[in-house]
Design a protein around this ligand. Structure first.
Ligand SMILES: [Zn+2]
Length: 450
């Protein structure tokens, strides 16, 4: 058992309960046994006591959109639009293999854990023919770091010769992609409440996937009882592509191919008109909001205030490390707040709403809201203790404001199911220097740097 004492606590539960000084007790089953104000009472048995003075405890952050493999292609195509950036990077990604993806995933997930993330998805859609088992490689990396992992089996089957964006050698045959996706679900997906590993089905985007693959992916996911994810409404270029190819806007296209519903979450949702937002709200379709990536690519800013007002589940995502080199989920809390305010003024979002996006909002996108995303008795003990008494934060007396408005805070403790994955700002199960060196070697091999 672990008992955190003397910490400020933001539960992010339905009532938004917060305690200036409180405790969290984690039971032997990896679930929260008690959370409340003041000292814990009646704690019996062997317990590790952690002094949380000067810290804020929140639910662990949930990353709802990422491409871990991109860690080894950071710092390239720095001044491009999405389509320019993709066409620059596709040829490099065509040389990916399991060793490179494993190294990238280890670095990316280690960095995410240090930024307060306890659950991450990954959207992997590049499967070079001789690349080996890249999905297995990133799953192994996630196990080594200790994060709860929701990798998706992505796919692309619409190449340049058929009117798509990716080069011909980078796409899969439609039937092969579907079969490999089903095999990944059968091999890896664990639907249990404690699950550390769940697979979702994730064809890449309207401009890299055929209508048939979209439709049959939705059918496959529903037959298997897993979730659906794709990129949608990210840029003006994508909207023009949809109007030209399908005669409708992205969300109308998604609806046509069976892709709206409470088992779907969409990456970005930047270019949405009022009727699209209303459709997402009415169908319970989620959105992974990636404000830093959208800014880095100059894609636009999502209408998050309107999405929330329509009841759309919205989570935060860092997106691939090559489209925003920070890849720090804790920092995304502030970026989301600032993006909303640049659009709608200072009332458009507050610090607590931003924290909700990063925690329970993300859990809803992944379908895990019953088990993670808030600090409540009976939920899994996925939590983060942020240090807020140093030079960067001290004196901001509202702890949630200090976390969101202040500089990225050091993670003093991150628990996943009650097991520490970060302590005192260091990874527990891996060595950051080793992750760095391994990723550097993979980067040099991929870029053919001698
Ligand atoms: Zn993406």
């Amino acid at each position: 058992m672990i008992l955190i004492e003397n910490a400020a606590i933001a539960t992010v539960d339905e009532a938004g309960r917060e305690f200036t000084t409180g405790h969290v007790l984690v039971g032997d089953d990896g679930r929260i046994a008690a959370v409340g104000a003041g000292a814990a009472t009646g704690v019996i048995g062997e317990v590790r006591r952690i002094d949380g003075r000067g810290c804020l405890v929140t639910p662990g952050l949930v990353n709802t959109h990422h491409h871990l493999y991109q860690w080894v292609t950071r710092g390239l195509a720095l001044d491009e639009t999405l389509f320019g950036w993709l066409t620059t990077l596709y040829p490099i990604w065509g040389r990916l293999d399991a060793g490179i993806v494993g190294a990238a995933a280890g670095a990316g997930l280690g960095w995410l854990a240090l930024s307060g993330c306890t659950t991450s998805m990954d959207h992997h859609y590049v499967f070079p023919r001789d690349g080996g088992d890249v999905l297995a490689a990133e799953i192994e990396a996630a196990r080594a770091i200790g994060v709860r992992f929701h990798p998706t089996r992505g796919s692309m089957d619409l190449s340049r010769k058929d009117g798509g964006l990716p080069p011909d050698h980078l796409v899969e045959d439609t039937d092969e992609a579907l079969a490999a996706t089903e095999a990944a679900i059968d091999r890896w997906h664990d639907p249990s409440p404690e699950s550390m590993l769940q697979i979702a089905v994730a064809p890449c985007s309207p401009f890299s996937v055929t209508t048939r693959l979209m439709t049959e992916s939705a059918e496959l996911a529903r037959r298997k009882g897993v979730r659906l994810h794709t990129h949608l409404a990210e840029t003006d270029d994508e909207e023009e592509f949809c109007l030209r190819q399908f005669g409708c806007k992205p969300v109308e296209y998604a609806e046509r191919v069976g892709w709206l519903g409470d088992d779907v979450w969409l990456a970005h949702g930047v270019h949405l008109d009022d009727s699209a937002i209303a459709r997402l709200g009415a169908t319970g379709t989620g959105v992974a909001h990636c404000p830093s990536s959208n800014a880095r690519l100059g894609a636009g800013s999502a209408r998050v205030r309107e999405l929330l007002d329509h009841g759309v589940p919205v989570g935060l995502g860092v997106d691939g490390a090559a489209s925003q080199e920070v890849s720090h989920l804790g920092a995304e809390l502030r970026q989301a707040l600032y993006t909303a305010r640049l659009r709608g003024g200072p009332k458009a979002m507050n610090a607590r709403e931003s924290l909700r996006l990063g925690t329970i909002g993300g859990a809803r996108c992944l379908g895990r809201q019953d088990d993670i995303g808030s600090l409540e008795v009976g939920k899994l003990a996925d939590l983060v203790m942020w240090r807020l008494d140093g030079l960067g934060h001290d004196g901001i007396d509202d702890h949630v404001a200090a976390l969101v408005f202040g500089p990225p805070a050091r993670v003093d403790l991150a628990l996943v199911g009650g097991r520490p994955i970060v302590e005192r700002g260091e990874l527990v199960n891996a060595d950051a220097d080793t992750l760095t060196a391994t990723a550097r070697t993979a980067h040099r091999r991929l870029l053919e740097i001698s």
